[in-house]
Design a protein. Structure first.
Length: 252
């Protein structure tokens, strides 16, 4: 890890302005950021701490649906009575993600922003070719050991897999990502690799996730999340799906 500056943001606007500077990264739970920094992939010049911003960790539920603040902890959302009752697939997806320690620390906003990655991406000392780390350098995964890599939505530039569980349930029930002044369907928030695999999210400089909105529906209330994996905990999905009954909803 290299030296970096640290700033504790005092407002959402201040956080956006600081995060828009070259080399800056937002710090919330830090579970993915610290992991990637340790293996030499993430090398921020400055960290903008948003953990003390008020009002971004709330969970609001009414007849229209749920609005989950970006700083709400994964375990808190998973255990929320309104989420378990109105959006069980979301609760189940969160409970099956990562480990208990990580769920207690990680935020839902950070969960959406985690990097699409593979073992080659996480090992720059042995595999220099990675279009996600160094655009145009090639892809070490193509032609290598590819078990656990993506089979859909790939390109000649990247075959890495997005590891999150939550987003599967969010896509199934037409969730919307709040980016401040802009709203983006979660299905449009995640970008296919194409020729620019280093760009993974439809988020622009000066924007940050402030909330996730999930419309209420009969399908969401009767939903479930299924995950197939090599072991029963702390393992990425080999395949996963979320769906619901009662009209509409379904994805994987």
């Amino acid at each position: 890890m290299r030296d970096f500056s640290y700033l504790r943001a005092t407002s959402v606007d201040a956080a956006r302005q600081a995060a828009a500077l070259p080399g800056a990264m937002l710090l919330a739970g830090g579970t993915t950021l610290i992991d990637l920094a340790k293996c030499g992939v993430a090398e921020p010049d400055s960290l903008v701490d948003i953990t003390h911003l008020k009002g971004l960790d709330t969970i609001e539920i009414d007849e229209r649906g749920a609005v989950i603040g970006a700083l709400a902890r994964m375990s808190h959302v998973a255990d929320h009575a309104g989420i378990k009752g109105g959006f069980p697939a979301v609760s189940e997806a969160l409970w099956q993600a990562a480990s208990a320690q990580l769920r207690n620390m990680a935020t839902v906003g950070g969960n959406l922003m985690q990097r699409t990655r593979c073992p080659y991406f996480r090992d720059p000392s042995n595999f220099a070719a990675c279009n996600k780390r160094e655009p145009g350098s090639g892809c070490s995964a193509i032609g290598g050991v590819t078990r656990g890599h993506a089979v859909l939505g790939t390109s000649e530039s990247c075959i890495a897999t997005y590891p999150g569980d939550l987003v599967t349930a969010l896509v199934a029930f037409d969730a919307v990502v709040h980016l401040g002044e802009r709203r983006v369907l979660v299905d449009d928030f995640f970008l296919l690799p194409g020729t620019t695999p280093q760009k993974e999210h439809a988020i622009e400089p000066g924007e940050m996730i402030t909330a996730i909105e999930i419309p209420g529906s009969a399908a969401a209330r009767r939903s479930t999340y299924v995950k197939v994996r090599d072991r029963q905990s702390y393992e990425f999905a080999a395949a996963s799906a979320a769906g619901g009954g009662g009209g509409g909803g379904g994805g994987g």
